[in-house]
Design a binder for this molecule. Structure first.
Ligand SMILES: Cc1ncc(COP(=O)(O)O)c(C=O)c1O
Length: 402
């Protein structure tokens, strides 16, 4: 008689706190799509969903690598020519005192490895609020409680330095800085970076500088790398091909470790242990790193022209629409408008999908100050699509909150 397994297989209880609002909303969107409606997706930051294309010379490099038989495992840190190109890029960013460089399957894996290699039970890591939800998801997975610091909406979403100071405890091991920021599109000032570096020095913290959008500065103000203003402080700078180089599906990211060797080396041994344990990043795609970083950068001119026009359209809509206000984004492709509505922003976005077929992400999925409500817009679609989406959101708000 065959044995049938009857008890359900339960997921680990620590996963109860793993949330990823951006993709969690897809279930509602899928339900609406099944009913035959065309969804306007302003929720996922994938330029390839819209009128952006991966530069052809990068595609050629990967194709050539596959044809050349680079289809086995690579070394765990990454292929030498990519690592050299990343070091060159770090130098152009003004980063000195480099102690290590490694390639991962997207910045997502850099984050996973770097956080896992650092934190013991009872430790904490300062993460921004609002934040890109991957950080809190990884922290939940490794059973580390959240210790968030606010970004200040009144100050163009710069980190709230007083709040950071208040939140540092004897068990705080590091701080995450997302610059340019997802979900707000803000870009940190040099003074802010210097002040955060000073706190890191005083409290023996490592800084995780997520600079995955550093070439997508919409206005002409240059991006300043955290590690460049603090060569003595342990910093891991995160970068990759997903955003600046329009290849998110290739899953290529990297970490650049800088700071005093004696201070950061023991931690880097832990990072390398985890890099070895997962074998390697995608191999053929690593052959696109050198051509991306050292080859023509023409695509960036066109990308930034489109982003500027779409950001301006978004800001015009925010200014004209009642109950909506927004700090103008200066980098990346996100806007984070504040909304004055009598219900939760999670209800707002769910009903917006159901009634107008537009998907945005609720502020409560990223975190926000109590009493405030927001939603995140991905302004990657072309002007016509964006205008249609904004008209639909305005109609929805008029009908629902008039
Ligand atoms: C701030 C930030 N960091 C990391 C990632 C993940 O990037 P990757 O595609 O390299 O895993 C994203 C993706 O949206 C992001 O916005």
């Amino acid at each position: 008689m065959p044995v049938t397994q009857l008890r359900e297989i339960a997921p680990a209880s620590r996963l109860e706190n793993v949330r990823y609002a951006i993709r969690d909303l897809s279930c509602v969107a899928d339900e609406v799509a099944r009913q035959g409606h065309k969804i306007l997706p302003l929720n996922i930051g994938d330029p390839l969903n819209f009128d952006f294309q991966t530069p052809a010379h990068m595609i050629e490099a990967v194709y050539q690598a596959m044809r050349d038989g680079k289809n086995g495992y690579s070394s765990s840190s990454g292929i030498p020519q990519a690592l050299n190109a990343i070091r060159g890029e770090a130098a152009r960013k003004g980063i000195t005192n480099i102690q290590d460089v490694f390639v991962t399957s997207g910045v997502s894996e850099t984050v996973d490895i770097c956080l896992t290699a650092l934190l013991n039970p009872g430790d904490n890591l300062l993460t921004p609020c609002p934040d890109y939800p991957l950080y809190s998801a990884v922290l939940a997975k490794i059973e580390i409680g959240l210790n968030t610091y606010y970004l200040n909406e009144e100050d163009g979403w710069q980190p709230d330095l007083d709040d950071i100071k208040k939140k540092i405890t004897p068990r705080t091991r590091g701080i995450v800085l997302i610059n340019p920021n997802n979900p707000t599109g803000s870009v940190c000032t040099r003074e802010m970076l210097e002040q955060i570096a000073e706190l890191a020095r005083r409290h023996n913290l490592i800084i995780f500088a997520d600079e995955i959008y550093d070439k997508l500065i919409i206005d002409e103000t240059p991006h300043v790398a955290m590690a460049a203003v603090a060569p003595d402080v342990p910093v891991i700078t995160f970068g990759g091909l997903s955003k600046n180089y329009l290849a998110p599906g290739w899953r290529i990211g990297w970490g650049i470790a800088s700071g005093e060797a004696a201070v950061i080396k023991p931690y880097l041994e832990g990072v390398n242990k985890l890099l070895r344990a997962r074998l390697c990043a995608n191999h053929p795609e690593q052959y696109a790193i050198k051509p991306a970083l050292e080859g023509p950068q023409d695509h960036l001119i066109e990308v930034k022209r489109k982003l500027r026009s779409r950001r301006d359209l978004t800001m015009k809509w925010c200014a004209e629409t009642s109950r909506v206000s927004c700090v103008a984004p200066r980098g990346a492709f996100y806007a984070y408008p504040r909304i004055d509505i009598p219900e939760g922003d999670d209800v707002f976005v769910t009903e917006l999908i159901r009634q107008k077929y537009v998907t945005v992400v609720h502020g409560s999925g990223f975190g926000q100050r109590p009493g405030t409500k927001h939603f995140r817009i991905v302004f990657l679609p072309d002007e016509k699509t964006l205008s249609a989406a904004y008209a639909a959101i305005a109609d929805f708000m008029r009908e629902r909150y008039a």
